[in-house]
Design a protein around this ligand. Structure first.
Ligand code: NAD
Length: 490
């Protein structure tokens, strides 16, 4: 079946899962469908892996650890990853359209995701032959040195908001370190992680090194995390699921990286370049319709520039037209009807419980021809008290909550008054103030004068309820190798 029409791609998106290099159905034949969130139309399907299927994937992954993958030199391993980057770039337009159709995100964002994913393979490919150990001086009678060994089979449990980039972000460093991978994509956005298998095959990755077990979190995900042969779990998703995964992994003492939610502040001080602050804020909260863990969802603005910021921001937000991601609309749909409902409930709570002013948005949208899509208007909620739910909880939608402060010191206190600690941004022309904020804010990454500054090579992760462990950059590799120390008496 190939879906046709204006918003479609010219290929069959009914895919199979990937185990040991083979393309398979689930052992019980069950399949799930995936829809285009802009139209509500089914665009493809995939097998719903059972616990048995997951067991087979882990077995294959374990066998692959000892096969050709291990015999390859690190330099050859790196070349496979660099070739995968080139193939991803060659296939970028095609895969970006599929990512947009499956997730709803505007095409320009999906294209950026493809480039980022290629970048991960290229960047970590370069590290494969540079994971050097150290020598330890114990005096003339001993020789002591360390080896970096792959931890083994790694599990990657993926959320729906960045399907391909989150997969690449974890899998590329795992493979660079010599590990193998079993991926459990989110059921809402499964397609590109399955299609990545074709890219890796063509790049020369041995069978069984990259496996994909799609399906439900409660079945495929739970079986994967519980498998005793999984040495490390890289999880990106919600706090509650992450906590459950950490408990399960404890049973067989697997290590975990948890990238969880966020409620990140963007502080705008009175001396800021307001033009840059407006552009930064728009990107911080409305990219991917706000379905971004690192979204800057709280604007913490000094009272002196509050009115000026709102005067600039509100018309820009009001002018953002919602539409289909393939038409590269200013804002696309949310991933599902459930997510729209969650956002609508939060905004309703702000209206009712806190009587907060909604400056713009605050309603569902139904663009022409897309009446069955899952759209919510980009929204700004003004002057929210610290205790409001829309300040404290992650909404995961296109909703910016504004908090007004009277000093840079209060900006830091308000920024830190959150259970989360993923990112924090600040706009100011005063470098000492920016650095004091960077020093005192409790967050895994701080962006100064450009929200989302950085990229593949800058370490990324949280503090507090946002999780622990680091992805991206050199720091991520530490999750995927263990240090073995060898000491000999001479
Ligand atoms: P989720 O926790 O519902 O699901 C994430 C993944 O876990 C999915 O693949 C799901 O199928 C799987 N899963 C669910 N139950 C499971 C179980 N019992 N055992 C094993 N796996 C299970 O999260 P979501 O709704 O897909 O994603 C949104 C959340 O992810 C937000 O809170 C967001 O902040 C967070 N997120 C964080 C980052 C980051 O890097 N910090 C990035 C993206 C998203």
């Amino acid at each position: 079946m190939v879906a046709t029409g204006k918003w479609s791609v010219a290929e069959d998106l009914n895919l199979k899962m990937v185990i040991g290099g083979q393309r398979l159905e689930a052992s019980n034949g069950a399949r799930l469908t995936t829809e285009d969130p802009a139209t509500g139309r089914v665009i493809g399907s995939f097998p719903a892996a059972t616990a048995d299927d997951v067991g087979r994937a882990v077995e294959n992954s374990r066998a692959a650890l000892k096969g050709d993958w291990r015999r390859m030199t690190p330099a050859a391993r790196g070349r496979v990853l660099v070739r995968a980057a080139a193939i991803l770039r060659r296939e970028a337009d095609r895969l970006a359209r599929i990512e947009t159709l499956d997730s709803g995100k505007p095409l320009r964002e999906a294209k950026a995701d493809l480039e980022t994913s290629a970048g991960y393979f290229e960047y970590y490919g370069g590290f494969a032959d540079k994971l050097e150990g150290t020598s330890i001086p114990l005096g003339p009678d001993y020789m002591s040195f360390t080896l970096h060994e792959p931890v083994g089979v790694t599990a990657h449990v993926i959320p729906w908001n960045f399907p391909l980039t989150t997969t690449a972000r974890g899998v590329a460093p795992a493979l660079a370190a010599g590990c193998t991978a079993v991926v459990k994509p989110a059921a809402l956005t499964t397609l590109t992680s399955l299609l990545l298998a074709d890219v890796l095959d063509e790049a020369g990755l041995p069978a069984g090194v990259y496996n994909v077990v799609p399906g439900r979190g409660s079945e495929a995900g739970a079986a994967l995390v519980a498998h005793p042969d999984v040495a490390h779990v890289t999880f990106t998703g919600s706090v509650a699921t992450g906590q459950g995964i950490m408990r399960t992994a404890a049973d067989h003492v697997a290590s975990v990286t948890l990238e969880l939610g966020g409620k990140s502040p963007v502080a705008v001080l009175a001396d800021a370049d307001l033009g840059a602050a407006v552009e930064g804020t728009l990107k911080a909260i409305y990219m991917n319709a706000g379905q971004v863990c690192s979204a800057g969802s709280r604007l913490v603005v000094e009272r002196k520039v509050h009115a000026a910021m709102m005067e600039r921001l509100v018309p820009r937000v009001a002018a953002m037209e919602a539409g289909h991601g393939l038409d590269d609309a200013a804002i696309g749909p949310m991933v599902s009807a459930e997510q729209v409902q969650i956002v609508a409930d939060y905004v309703e709570d702000a209206r009712r419980a806190n009587s907060l002013e909604i400056l713009v948005g605050g309603r569902r949208l139904a663009p022409a021809g897309l009446e069955r899509g899952h759209f919510y208007a980009p929204t700004i909620i003004d002057d929210a008290p610290r205790s409001a739910r829309v300040v404290q909880e992650e909404i995961f939608g296109p909703v910016l909550t504004v908090q007004i402060v009277d000093s840079p010191e209060e900006a830091i206190a308000v920024a830190n008054d959150s259970p989360f600690g993923l990112c924090a941004g600040i706009y100011t022309r005063d470098i000492a103030r920016a650095m004091a904020f960077a020093r005192d804010v409790d967050a895994g990454q701080v962006f100064i004068n450009q929200y989302f500054a950085g990229g593949i090579s800058t370490p990324f992760g949280g503090t507090k309820m946002s999780g622990f462990g680091r992805e991206k950059g050199l720091a991520a590799l530490a999750s995927y190798y263990r240090v073995k120390c060898i000491t000999t008496r001479l």
